[in-house]
Design a protein around this ligand. Structure first.
Ligand SMILES: CC(C)(COP(=O)(O)OP(=O)(O)OC[C@H]1O[C@@H](n2cnc3c(N)ncnc32)[C@H](O)[C@@H]1OP(=O)(O)O)[C@@H](O)C(=O)NCCC(=O)NCCS
Length: 179
């Protein structure tokens, strides 16, 4: 039985491991390279945790009975300025390769949406144009493409938005209800 819960700071190494494996799969020299990437991801997670809170949240999907609750999924959400306004922005949605197509990605998205609603009315994210799996998931969960831009490496990425149930505009005081 998979459980979704808010991450604690002690979870960040296992989140970094999962994100590195999900976005940089592969064996051999790629596995070696992954361990360096993982260190960088963990540092980024710690920076966001300290710098962005209380406007930052990370959720995990865990197997609670496994030793130290094995992490099979994660997602982050923070406030980011989009089109001149601060909006919740979702990033690093990742599901362990052995646990995909079991609805975990959808459950993590749903958890984020419930935590934001009704304080926020819109949720944004970016997805790479080549990432068909993630695009299918987001389309199925009600996200629509609202923009397109280039990545640092010259590829294309889409800006996606989902309207949540809330209808209140952003206000700094509303943020406290998010944590
Ligand atoms: C994208 C990702 C998070 C999906 O997680 P998941 O737990 O497998 O997704 P779910 O099981 O909740 O899938 C829900 C729906 O999304 C769509 N979907 C998910 N993966 C898909 C795939 N590989 N191909 C086509 N559709 C897919 C399907 O419609 C699926 O419903 P179905 O299984 O009933 O057909 C996972 O593949 C992953 O971690 N990928 C690597 C990291 C990544 O790309 N993250 C997104 C960054 S923007």
């Amino acid at each position: 039985m998979i459980e979704i819960r808010a991450a604690e700071i002690t979870d960040l190494p296992r989140v970094a491991q999962l994100v590195a494996l999900s976005f940089h799969p592969g064996g051999g020299w790629q596995a070696l390279w992954r361990s360096f990437i993982q260190l960088g991801i963990e540092q980024d997670l710690r920076d966001r945790w300290h710098r962005e809170r209380p406007h930052y949240r990370c959720w995990l999907a865990v197997l609670p009975r496994e030793p130290s609750s094995f992490c099979v999924g994660s997602v982050e959400v923070q406030l980011r300025e989009i089109q001149g306004q601060p909006h919740p922005y979702l990033s690093n949605l990742a599901v362990h390769p052995d646990y995909r197509r079991r609805g975990i990605g959808r459950r993590l998205l749903h958890t984020v949406e419930v935590s934001l609603c009704p304080t926020y009315s819109q949720l944004y994210l970016h997805v790479l144009a080549q990432n068909q799996a993630a695009q299918q998931l987001y389309a199925r969960c009600g996200f629509v493409v609202v923009g397109e831009s280039s990545t640092f490496w010259g590829g294309r990425k889409f800006l996606l938005r989902k309207s949540l149930g809330g209808d209140r505009p952003y206000s700094p005081s509303a943020i406290s209800s998010w944590v």
